[in-house]
Design a protein around this ligand. Structure first.
Ligand SMILES: Nc1nc2c(ncn2[C@@H]2O[C@H](COP(=O)(O)OP(=O)(O)OP(=O)(O)O)[C@@H](O)[C@H]2O)c(=O)[nH]1
Ligand SMILES: [Mg+2]
Length: 189
């Protein structure tokens, strides 16, 4: 079974994404940072993937999704408020054990420094397939979306999916990438 961990700073929309992918309200979402108190929340579920997107070699739509507590304060390099040092380490271990990582970024704040470091460690030391998602693009002016995409693409050396979980712009792009990566992870193991 493919494990997909959704990670990011507090309040970026991790739990909202988990719910959107599974089409159910599984995780609590709120406008305040530190909403997800349980460090690791694993749910087995089926992601509804349009037939046209399905990989001919198999569904890759049955996943274990992992919603995680926010790793960092959105505006400072501080640990997320619900994480002690021990819990932070525990969470990193869980992320390292995932097959695919979704790194979520809040379009309003851009790439978080702590998350940038972690991204590189996961990618280069642990060789994790990472999907970068910039969420909440409905909250920034349209002309800023391309600018932000380019900045993040340069810093992380990969193209992010630009997403809004309010308008659902970019959601199909994310599904497409997820199917691709899930298949890749499946073949690897
Ligand atoms: N405008 C806008 N709001 C969003 C979007 N996605 C999520 N939100 C809102 O952002 C807030 C935080 O969402 P959560 O899903 O709770 O964020 P989280 O990353 O799980 O937060 P923590 O558990 O606190 O780390 C909620 O009020 C969501 O409704 C989006 O694409 N656009
Ligand atoms: Mg949450």
């Amino acid at each position: 079974m493919i494990k997909v961990a959704i990670i990011g700073a507090e309040n970026v929309g991790k739990s909202t994404l988990m719910n959107a992918l599974l089409g159910e309200k599984i995780s609590e979402t709120m406008p305040v940072p530190g909403t997800t108190k349980r460090v690791i929340k694993k749910v087995f579920g089926t992601v509804k993937i349009p037939k046209t997107m399905k990989n001919p070699f198999g569904g890759a739509d049955e996943l274990v999704l992992i919603d995680t507590a926010g790793l960092y304060d959105p505006q400072h390099e501080l640990r997320g408020k619900v994480l002690s040092e021990g819990k932070f380490k525990e969470l990193i271990e869980e992320i390292v054990s995932a097959d695919v990582v979704i790194h979520m970024i809040d379009a309003q704040y851009g790439l978080h420094r702590g998350m940038e470091k972690l991204h590189h460690i996961l990618k280069f030391r642990y060789e994790k397939p990472i999907i970068v998602v910039v969420n909440k693009i409905d909250l920034i002016p349209k002309e800023k979306v391309d600018e932000l995409r380019e900045i993040i693409e340069k810093r992380l050396e990969q193209r992010p999916v630009m997403l809004s979980l309010v308008t659902f712009e970019g959601f199909n792009d994310l599904l497409r990438v997820l199917v691709y990566y899930a298949q890749y992870a499946k073949n690897k193991s």
